[in-house]
Design a protein around this ligand. Structure first.
Ligand SMILES: Nc1ncnc2c1ncn2[C@@H]1O[C@H](COP(=O)(O)OP(=O)(O)OP(=O)(O)O)[C@@H](O)[C@H]1O
Ligand SMILES: [Mg+2]
Length: 133
């Protein structure tokens, strides 16, 4: 059984819904309030990237498990232009839009596991996990 929640991302109001849903799931899993906020902040960054670079996409939320640890998994995916050099894009300060370029680097810091798979012309999938301590 999966408790997967899907939120279609095509506007800022949908980002708010993804954040709210993530906080609810995180609370249910036992994350304390500040950590719920960290998860919501990480979601804002990857979801804003979806809006900004791909136009639309989706956020998937689910429970995660490893060796007795419980956590949350957040997947942000789109079928946008993709990222030519993921390693470069994840560096703090790297931006193709003249922004601060803290989005991916910041989201990575807020979560425990962070993985980006992207193919130019096909899209981008960011998978993030955080474990309950
Ligand atoms: N979903 C995506 N699709 C295509 N390119 C992306 C996507 N997400 C990030 N990128 C690329 O990676 C770069 C770095 O992303 P990041 O979120 O770290 O910074 P930013 O969006 O440029 O600035 P900030 O998030 O600080 O406003 C972006 O400038 C963009 O080129
Ligand atoms: Mg960004």
């Amino acid at each position: 059984m999966t408790d997967e929640i899907r939120v279609f991302i095509d506007s800022e109001s949908q980002i708010l819904i993804a954040r709210q849903q993530a906080r609810l799931l995180a609370a249910e899993l036992g994350f304390w309030s500040v950590e719920q906020s960290f998860i919501a902040m990480a979601i804002s960054e990857v979801a804003l990237n979806i809006l900004q670079y791909a136009g639309k996409g989706e956020i998937l939320l689910d429970k995660a498990q490893k060796e007795g640890a419980q956590g949350i998994m957040v997947v942000a995916r789109d079928e946008g232009p993709g990222i030519p050099d993921v390693e470069l894009a994840m560096q703090e300060g790297y931006s193709t839009s003249g922004s601060a370029g803290l989005g991916l680097a910041g989201a990575k810091r807020l979560m425990d596991e962070f993985n980006v798979v992207s193919e130019v012309g096909k899209g981008t999938t960011v998978t993030m996990k955080k474990w309950v301590r």
